[in-house]
Design a protein around this ligand. Structure first.
Ligand SMILES: [Zn+2]
Length: 431
């Protein structure tokens, strides 16, 4: 089943004082979070009434259990985003959440909301009144009662009421999508499987096309996927996340700030990691654990000099510190034990019989920002470099399963083959 989401927004200035901004977001099909409605039978809806929690007022025809579940999810998400943006929610967020329109009396839902709900979608209407340097904002969410839409819209409503704006399109919609997927204390990718399938099935949209284009809201759910992917990466990857939050806050508070201004000098690094993320991500992928090491210095080994690195099982490609040259043969020796999930046996760098847990390598070209295909190493042996570049190492495991009990590390030594004493084969001592 496919799930689609898209948003439309408008920005109106009325009489110089009243500012009305609309973010309309549509969803078709409900598998956008991989939890199709038909997985569990939904109890019948009920006549609309008000249900309230600390920060939300729902006008809804969801039954009591579903309404309570939704309020709990909304409160959890609000706690996460208000902590992230360091601004408490100050005003009740009013939401119309509709399961079945036939339950609702005529004219009980404003036309702007009705149109979106009829399309099984959502819209957030925010009215901002300028009061000199202050403002007073009121948002109303209209959302069809599927899994992700009320949460997505509630992010717009929080931003609208708290900041008076929701930021540029890529940020506003990327972060609202993140809100729909956010889980407490869990940084793993949690988007819909349809998003994973779509991104893996098509050529990547460039960073520039996401951030600097004149796209308008309401374009397509595919564009939402790219915006989400970029925001997810920047919010989680340790190379970029420390700049991402202040960038977002600056954009939300109307300061002069932009993606290019913040990350311009890291454009090639971000582009490389963004493409890497798109290629390898899946549900469960941890962008906070899989990130590129741009800091470690690489050295070409000379004479009998050994270069030593420590390679973790619970990480992506890691720096070996060894710069290699095409056609040159190197010796390597890895000592230690690691495992690739909770139940897996502890193994040395030769890995298990199925190939998991083996030490593998790839060569990064720092001029072209290109990574070679991976090649097999192991606990002990030699290899001949096929290209010039920096040797990166990792423990072979599925990219989205690096956090399922991976533990242990290897100490890896590398040197030129045939000069000085050979490296020791440490497997004998460990077995
Ligand atoms: Zn939206």
């Amino acid at each position: 089943m496919s799930g689609r989401r898209f948003c439309a927004g408008r920005f109106l200035l009325i009489g110089g004082l009243m500012l009305c901004l609309l973010a309309a977001c549509s969803t078709f099909g409900f598998a956008q979070d991989g939890r199709a409605d038909d997985e569990k039978p939904q109890p019948a809806s009920v006549p609309p009434r008000d249900v309230q929690s600390r920060n939300f007022l729902l006008h809804t025809d969801l039954n009591d259990k579903d309404a309570a579940d939704l309020l709990e999810r909304l409160e959890t998400m609000l706690r996460l985003i208000s902590t992230y943006w360091a601004q408490p929610n100050r005003k009740t967020i009013e939401c119309y959440v509709v399961k079945d329109l036939s339950n609702w009396p005529p004219n009980s839902i404003a036309p702007v909301g009705l149109a979106s709900i009829q399309g099984k979608a959502g819209v957030t209407a925010t009215t901002v009144r300028s009061l000199g340097r202050q403002f007073d904002a009121k948002s109303i969410v209209y959302a069809y009662a599927n899994r992700g839409t009320p949460q997505h819209e509630a992010v717009h409503a929080y931003c609208g009421q708290t900041f008076g704006r929701t930021g540029p399109l890529w940020y506003s919609e990327g972060m609202a999508e993140m809100g729909a997927y956010w889980k407490d204390g869990d940084a793993s990718v949690n988007c819909g499987e349809n998003i994973v399938r779509y991104i893996h099935s098509t050529s990547p949209k460039t960073l520039n096309a996401i951030v600097n284009s004149n796209e308008v809201t309401g374009d397509s759910w595919q564009n939402y996927a790219w915006r989400w992917a970029l925001c997810h990466l920047l919010a989680n990857n340790p190379n970029y996340r420390d700049r991402f939050r202040p960038l977002g806050l600056a954009m939300l508070t109307g300061q002069r700030a932009s993606f290019n201004g913040t990350y311009g000098n890291m454009a090639e690094e971000i582009s490389f990691e963004y493409l890497f993320f798109l290629e390898h991500f899946d549900i469960g992928y941890r962008a906070d654990l899989v990130f590129w090491d741009w800091k470690t210095k690489f050295t070409s080994p000379r004479g009998s000099r050994k270069l030593t690195s420590s390679i973790q099982s619970k990480a992506g490609w890691q720096a070996s510190r060894c710069r290699v040259q095409a056609g040159t043969k190197y010796e390597y020796s890895a000592s230690g034990k690691w495992q690739v999930d909770e139940e897996a046996e502890l193994v040395d760098a030769d890995g298990s019989e199925d190939g998991s847990g083996r030490l593998i390598g790839a060569i990064f070209d720092p001029k072209e920002y290109k990574l070679s295909d991976p090649f097999e190493l192991g606990a002990y042996g030699t290899f001949t470099a096929e290209t010039d570049g920096e040797l990166f190492l990792r423990c072979r495991d599925a990219w989205h399963k690096i956090n399922d009990g991976n533990a242990g590390k290897m100490t890896v030594q590398i040197k030129l083959e045939g000069s000085g004493d050979p490296l020791l084969d440490l497997r004998q001592q460990l077995r």
